[in-house]
Design a binder for this molecule. Structure first.
Ligand code: ADP
Ligand code: CIR
Length: 342
């Protein structure tokens, strides 16, 4: 899949009308974030699908004339007056596994993004605030025990071979993402960034990447109930110690408007050799199933060996349980279609 071909005009370009531009010119959030900064990633990267980032929680209020229509279009018609609610009860999932035969799904991963209340997001955070986030998150994680017990590995000082291996094995974020770079989120790299993971690498937390926290649960195979339960336990433990940026309307606040609400992306790496022969068609089917199609190395990457990353598209206005159930049903349909192809 060549992602550049697959992308059309960004939501930012579509919704940044002359009227909106005029309204937002000169608007500055308390952390000093401007419209020019919010749209820079989409201007610099012409293949952006969304093209905007928020610098802080105030961005969603002050730049609402631009952000609201983007949010509405991305999150299935979510409106200004809508409210979001959470549900992390794993007993409500419709199945244990996304792939009961165990022949198509290579691995399952669910992550949520979180940012600390009152601290600007990656595009506008200061070096000192970033250090504070790292300190508070690592301190909270140090109290985890049992299967969630782990170690924090700062990026600064990590040897290059180890870093590359963690990225190649799908555990660690990439370096130098050009979308984040243009958003200002990579300033002072690699300071105060890092990864916490349990010994078996089934529970991981990314610190100070696109969001201040990315809480991740993953494992080989399709047992989505196990993955979801582990994530829910970890979120609850962290929530007891940290206060996250949250509103009733937008749920958990994230730097990218696609990650609002649940801030959750539940994904499988799934082998689809037959359907993969026609990627445009596969993408259309995924769209109809309200799923996103990515390549094997994450966003903006290509598929390798006919393995695709399939995940829930909508994250706001849908509960965590409903988003995972949508994935379970959608992947079930894709597997059925794959079996029927000749
Ligand atoms: P995010 O999920 O945080 O939005 P990416 O799409 O960039 O970010 O993915 C981050 C990493 O997670 C990549 O290395 C990607 O291959 C890996 N990943 C995503 N889904 C799965 C999965 N189901 N199994 C294994 N690795 C996965
Ligand atoms: C873009 O606009 O393409 C990047 N800033 C990433 C957008 C988030 N990805 C997505 O579609 N879920």
């Amino acid at each position: 899949m060549t992602h550049k071909e697959a992308t059309k005009q960004s939501l930012m370009k579509k919704h940044l009308t002359e009227e909106v531009k005029k309204k937002l010119a000169g608007v500055v959030t308390p952390s000093g974030f401007t419209l020019a900064q919010a749209i820079n990633s989409g201007l610099v990267n012409e293949d952006s699908s969304v093209g905007v980032y928020a610098g802080d929680e105030h961005s969603y209020v002050l730049f609402a004339p631009l952000f609201d229509p983007i949010i509405e279009e991305y999150h299935g018609g979510y409106k200004k007056e809508d409210t979001h609610s959470a549900d992390l009860d794993a007993t409500k999932l419709v199945a244990d596994s996304v792939d009961p035969d165990g022949s198509f799904v290579v691995s399952t991963r669910i992550r949520v993004g979180r940012n600390l209340k009152g601290i600007p997001f990656a595009p506008a955070i200061s070096a000192e605030q970033r250090r504070e986030v790292e300190r508070r998150v690592v301190d909270s994680l140090s109290k985890f025990d049992g299967d969630l017990k782990g170690m924090y590995y700062p990026l600064a000082g990590m040897d290059e071979a180890t870093r590359q291996q963690l990225v190649a094995d799908h555990f660690l974020f990439k370096k130098g993402d050009r979308f984040l770079e243009a958003a200002g989120a990579n300033r002072e790299w690699p300071e105060s960034r890092g990864i916490f993971h349990s010994a078996d690498k089934r529970f991981l937390v990314w610190v100070n990447e696109e969001d201040e926290l990315r809480i991740i649960s993953m494992q080989e195979g399709g047992n989505v109930r196990e993955v979801f339960s582990r994530l829910a336990r970890a979120i609850e433990m962290l929530q007891r110690q940290l206060q996250f940026a949250y509103t009733e309307h937008l749920g958990y606040l994230s730097s990218c408007p696609t990650n609002l609400g649940t801030a959750m992306r539940a994904s499988v790496h799934v082998k689809l050799p037959k359907l993969g022969k026609n990627e445009a068609k596969l993408k259309r089917i995924c769209n109809e199933l309200k799923l996103s199609l990515r390549g094997i190395d994450g966003e903006h990457s290509d598929s390798k060996g006919s393995v695709y990353d399939i995940s829930n598209k909508q994250r706001l206005g849908i509960s965590e349980v409903d988003a995972v159930n949508l994935l379970i049903r959608g992947v079930g349909t894709l597997i059925m279609l794959e079996k029927c192809e000749d």
